[in-house]
Design a protein around this ligand. Structure first.
Ligand code: GLC
Length: 505
C-alpha cells in the first residue's frame, strides 16, 4: 500500500490566539494584528503547527467580535486587511498555518444584512433572518447568555420577533434561506483566496434548526443540531475543497453527548475536526477521563479524528479549575491522546484566571478572567503592561506577571513554558504520539494510562490524578522514561500529580 502522508491537522498542534489579549502594537490597550505578527515566533518556538484567531472582523464588540458587522473587513481596533495579509504571510514564512474564526450562526444587529432585514416585512433580506409575528415569543427557546431569557426579541418597526441564540445584538441568520448559505460560502472564499488555511466554525451545530420552530424536548433539541446541519457542513467542506492545500474545518460543536458529536466528523465529508466539550467539562477524575476517551475512541474507530482541548476563551483555565499543580498533567493528557490538541494562549505559561474586580468586568458572560492579557516581559523590565501594552490594558494583567512572563520562563529550564516546549517537541519527534493507535491500560486507582503504538514502537503515558504517589502500571516496567512532569521520575512509582511518558521495550 502506498504510504499516505498524515495531513498537518492530524499530526500538528493548534494554538488559539485571542487577538484582544495577545499583544498590543499600537498602544491602545487592546491587542491587534501587528502585535500578533511581532509575537508569532513565540508560537513557532513552542512547536505549534497552526494558529486559530478568534474573530478579527468589523464588530461593535457586544460579544468581542462574535458579533460580526462586516465579514470581509478587519475591525479598525485590530488593524486593516493589509495587516491581515501580512499576518498570514508572516505565519506561512514561519511554517505556521492560519485558521480564522468563522461565525455562521448569527451576525451583529449592525450588519447591513440585518439593517435591511429589519426595515420592513417585504424587504428582500427579510428571509435572511428568522422572523415571526405574534403577541408572545414564537416558542420557548432560551438565549445562551443571561438568566434564561427568551431567544426572541420583538423589533420595531415591524413589531415581529427575531431569533437570537445569544445576545439580542446577535440575530441568528436563517440557513433555511439558500441565499444565506451562498453568501456565507462567499465569505469563506474571500478569506481562502487571501491564503487562510481553514476555519474554526463558531457554534457549528446551530446552523441546523427545526424550521417548524418546535420546542426543545428532553433528549431532542429543535434549536440546534437538526439533521439539516449535516448537508450544510458538507457544503462548507466543499467550498474548502475548491482550494488547494489541506484546508481544514474545525467545528465548535457544543453538544454534551459524544454519540451526538461523533457524526459531525465520521462521515468524511463534513467537519475535519470538532471540539469535544464532554471532555473539556470533566471533573478531575482519572476514571471519568478514561471512560470518556475510551467511548470517543470507540465512536471514531471506523473513521474520524478527535480533537482535544481543556482551555479556551470561554472557560476557566485548567490551572484554576483543576489547580496549578495538576495543570502539567492536564497538558500531557491533551498532547498525548490520539487526536489533534488545541492549546489556548497562556496555558503554556501556566496562567491561572485573573481576578477582575466588579467595576472592571466587561464580558456579558463572566469570561474576562480567562481572557486577561498575555504577560510577555516582567513588569520590572517593561512596566505594568508586562510587554502586552504600554498603556492601560483592557483587562488586568496577571498579578504574578513578574514570574510568569514568557521571557522570564524562557530563561528557566524548569518552567512551564520549557515543559510545554519539551512536550511538543517530543510529540513531534515520536510518531506513536502524533499518529499511533490508542489503547487504555489497567492502572492503579486515580491513574489514567494508555499506550500509543505506531509501526511496532510503543509509548505508554501514565497520568496520576491523585496528589499522592501511585504505582506505575505494570506494562511500564523496564521502559525508558521519555518525559515526566517532575524533575525526578522514581522507578516503579508515580509521584503525586505526576504524568510520565515511557517508551516500552
Ligand atoms: C461561541 C464562542 C463564544 C461566543 C459564542 C457566540 O461559543 O466561542 O465566545 O460568545 O459562540 O458567538
Amino acid at each position: 500500500m502506498p504510504a499516505t502522508k498524515t495531513p498537518w491537522w492530524r499530526s500538528g498542534v493548534v494554538y488559539q490566539i485571542y487577538p484582544r489579549s495577545f499583544a498590543d502594537a499600537d498602544g491602545d490597550g487592546v491587542g491587534d494584528l501587528r502585535g500578533i505578527v511581532e509575537r508569532l515566533e513565540h508560537v513557532r518556538d513552542l512547536g505549534a503547527a497552526a494558529v486559530w484567531l478568534s474573530p478579527i472582523y468589523r464588530s461593535p464588540m457586544a460579544d468581542f467580535g462574535y458579533d460580526v458587522a462586516d465579514h470581509t473587513d478587519v475591525d479598525p481596533l485590530f488593524g486593516t486587511l493589509a495587516d491581515a495579509d501580512a499576518l498570514i504571510e508572516r505565519a506561512h514564512v514561519l511554517g505556521l498555518r492560519v485558521l480564522l474564526d468563522f461565525v455562521p450562526n448569527h451576525t451583529s444587529d449592525q450588519h447591513p444584512w440585518f439593517q435591511e432585514s429589519r426595515a420592513s416585512r417585504d424587504n428582500p433580506k427579510r428571509s435572511w433572518y428568522v422572523w415571526r409575528a405574534g403577541d408572545a415569543p414564537p416558542n420557548g427557546w432560551i438565549a445562551n447568555f443571561g438568566d434564561q431569557r427568551p431567544a426572541w426579541t420583538r423589533d420595531e418597526p415591524t413589531g415581529e420577533w427575531y431569533l437570537h441564540s445569544f445576545l439580542p445584538e446577535q440575530p441568528d441568520l436563517n440557513w433555511d434561506e439558500p441565499e444565506v448559505e451562498a453568501a456565507m460560502h462567499d465569505v469563506l472564499r474571500f478569506w481562502l483566496r487571501r491564503g487562510v488555511d481553514g476555519f474554526r466554525i463558531d457554534v457549528a451545530h446551530a446552523i441546523g434548526k427545526d424550521p417548524e420552530l418546535g420546542d426543545n424536548e428532553p433528549g431532542r433539541r429543535h434549536s440546534e443540531g437538526w439533521p439539516s446541519v449535516h448537508p450544510r457542513l458538507a457544503g462548507i467542506r466543499r467550498v474548502l475543497e475548491e482550494f488547494d492545500g489541506e484546508r481544514v474545518a474545525v467545528g465548535e460543536v457544543y453538544l454534551l453527548d459524544q454519540r451526538a458529536l461523533a457524526p459531525y466528523i465520521t462521515s468524511g465529508d463534513e467537519l475535519h475536526l470538532a471540539h469535544n466539550f464532554v471532555f473539556l467539562n470533566l471533573p478531575w477524575s482519572a476514571q471519568r477521563f478514561r471512560t470518556v476517551v475510551d467511548e470517543f475512541e470507540e465512536l471514531t474507530r471506523e473513521g474520524g479524528w478527535p480533537a482535544w482541548c481543556l482551555n479556551n476563551h470561554d472557560h476557566s483555565r485548567t490551572a484554576t479549575r483543576y489547580g496549578w499543580s495538576r495543570a502539567r498533567v492536564a497538558a500531557m493528557l491533551v498532547l498525548t491522546l490520539r487526536g489533534t490538541p488545541f492549546l489556548y494562549q497562556g496555558e503554556e505559561l501556566g496562567l491561572t484566571d485573573v481576578h477582575v474586580p466588579p467595576d472592571a468586568i466587561v464580558d456579558v458572560d463572566d469570561r474576562d478572567p480567562e481572557r486577561a492579557p498575555m504577560p510577555w516581559v516582567a513588569p520590572s523590565q517593561a512596566g505594568p503592561g508586562a510587554g502586552f501594552t504600554t498603556r492601560e490594558p483592557w483587562l488586568p494583567v496577571h498579578p504574578d506577571a513578574e514570574l510568569l512572563a514568557a521571557s522570564v520562563q524562557a530563561q528557566d529550564a524548569g518552567s512551564d513554558l520549557a515543559f510545554y516546549r519539551e512536550l511538543l517537541a517530543l510529540r513531534a519527534a515520536t510518531a506513536a504520539l502524533h499518529s499511533g493507535t490508542y489503547r487504555s491500560v489497567t492502572a492503579a486507582p486515580d491513574v489514567f494510562a494508555f499506550v500509543r503504538e505506531h509501526e511496532g514502537r510503543r509509548v505508554l503515558v501514565a497520568l496520576n490524578f491523585a496528589p499522592f504517589p501511585r504505582a506505575l502500571p505494570d506494562e511500564a516496567h523496564g521502559g525508558r522514561t521519555l518525559l515526566s512532569t517532575h524533575e525526578v521520575a522514581a522507578p516503579g512509582t508515580l509521584a503525586g500529580d505526576e504524568g510520565r511518558i515511557v517508551e516500552l521495550g
